[in-house]
Design a protein around this ligand. Structure first.
Ligand code: PLP
Length: 451
């Protein structure tokens, strides 16, 4: 991009574009990183740098950039029918086919699909449907929601109260009085040690205790991510998800799995639930559903939840929906993206490439800054510590994460530097062994530079 054009864009950005989840004043100082194109697992910025993307945009571009068949699917749908409402009794072919395909692919308990515009809005819809469900089944007092510390469930009005990240609550009057948290299953920092059974037992006990304190008759649902993403890629032990599902059944509360990040091959199988044969009452999805090529999310629900809502107010419409629910272009994109995962071999490639990712992360453990390397499938993190034995965190005043992000950019690699000095990685499912080699070479150089 020409220098004058770049200067103009930078100043228009500062003046007018509000960026999600930044400090607005810091952004005015720093300015935007303007991206102009992408191909495969590379992005190009406006200065002409080619960057290796190890975060799939925002954990969403699971198929990589420049997939022509997805572009064709979107273009053809736009040409044929760019918009069809799903309000009232209208529908489009891609929306119907996508709902049916998702039901085929998702855990067997999930039979009905409500399409949203993204993940936050899927969580918001799930909360509204759960409220409707309990009101219409004669248990209107079941209004309390439980989620995990370090959880992220987006930033809708109610969903951000289930999220457990301070910036999403500060000055927003959240969490709401009926939103509660239990500790995160965080093996590396679990006081009782890293024994998987102890961690699972502690989570189940915490859920039981919270439900007992609130009264089982007052609790509606437990929301969780199979692997916590934005909270720092916290990987619970295998068996944790199943144990939480069973506990919810015993406690008579709904179990909602938020697969917005973990869905669509991110942890290996199409959905993380599959690995433990978990059958949720509701599931939220987004991101990898369209791989970022168009906005879309969904809530999938069981027959029991659907039927209670369907029969909840005879003769009345269920008053929830958006103009762009089940958008035909997004649905056509999602159908093609699903084809790439399955017939296109991307799911299989993700699984085949995971050992390269895992080995690269493990090798980083020998670096003086790295206290832990963890992953499930192509979702991973390195946790940096000042003292490996004591697992001491770095003083936030050192602004290590910011320094690492800046050095990474200079080394032309993009990943996510979270607070608490956790580096998050979510490479696309089309990564090759040599791209992983390049990623870890650039990462090592970056960490050496900030040491
Ligand atoms: N749920 C989870 C687990 C997420 O990670 C996210 C986004 O990162 C959301 C919900 C919100 O999705 P969106 O950003 O599409 O609104």
């Amino acid at each position: 991009m020409h220098n004058t054009e770049l200067t103009e864009l930078a100043s228009l950005d500062r003046a007018h574009l509000i960026h999600p989840v930044v400090n607005y004043r810091s952004h005015e100082q720093r300015g935007a990183t303007i991206l102009v194109s992408g191909h495969g697992v590379y992005l190009n910025d406006a200065q002409g740098n080619e960057l290796l993307d190890a975060f799939s945009g925002l954990w969403c571009v699971n198929v990589g950039y420049g997939q022509e068949s997805v572009v064709r699917a979107a273009t053809e749908q736009m040409r044929q029918l760019p918009y069809a409402t799903s309000y009232f009794h209208f529908a489009s072919e891609p929306a119907i086919r996508l709902a049916a395909r998702l039901v085929e692919l998702a855990p067997a308990s999930l039979r009905h699909v409500y399409f949203t515009l993204g993940g936050s809005d899927a969580v918001d819809a799930a909360i509204r449907f759960i409220t409707y469900y309990f009101n219409s089944t004669g248990r209107p007092q079941k209004k309390h929601f439980i989620s995990l510390e370090r959880g992220y469930h987006g930033s809708s009005s109610q969903g951000s109260g289930l999220t457990a990240i301070a910036a999403f609550h500060q000055n927003f009057d959240l969490p709401l009085p009926h939103q509660h948290k239990i500790p995160s299953p965080y093996p590396y920092r679990n006081e009782a040690g890293q024994d998987p059974q102890a961690i699972i037992g502690a989570s189940v006990a915490a859920l039981r205790a919270k439900v007992a304190a609130l009264g089982a008759d007052n609790v509606a649902a437990f929301f969780c991510e199979p692997v916590q993403g934005s909270g720092g890629v916290i990987v619970p032990p295998k068996g944790w998800l199943k144990a939480m599902r069973e506990a919810c059944r015993e406690l008579d509360i709904l179990f909602v799995v938020d697969e917005v990040i973990t869905g669509f091959g991110r942890t290996g199988p199409l959905f993380a639930c599959e690995a433990e044969d978990v059958q949720p009452d509701l599931m939220t999805i987004a991101k990898g559903l369209t791989a970022g090529y168009a906005p879309m999310g969904a809530v999938l629900m069981s027959d029991a939840v659907y039927c209670a809502i369907a029969d909840g107010a005879p003769g009345m419409p269920v008053g929830h929906g958006h103009t762009y629910s089940a958008h035909p272009v997004s649905a056509a994109v999602a159908l093609e993206v699903l084809r790439l995962y399955e017939e296109g071999g991307l799911l299989a490639n993700g699984v085949a490439q995971t050992p390269h990712f895992e080995a690269g992360l493990r090798e980083m453990l020998s670096h003086p800054l790295v206290g832990e390397a963890r992953n499930r499938g192509l979702l991973g993190a390195l946790e940096l510590v000042a003292d490996k034995g004591a697992k001491t965190r770095f003083d936030p005043a050192l602004k290590l994460s910011e320094r690492i992000a800046a050095a990474a950019y200079r080394n032309r690699v993009i990943f996510r530097a979270f607070g608490d000095n956790i580096l998050g990685f979510a490479p696309a499912l089309c990564y090759t062994a040599s791209e992983f080699e390049l990623l870890f070479a650039r990462l090592k150089k970056t960490l050496d530079e900030v040491l």
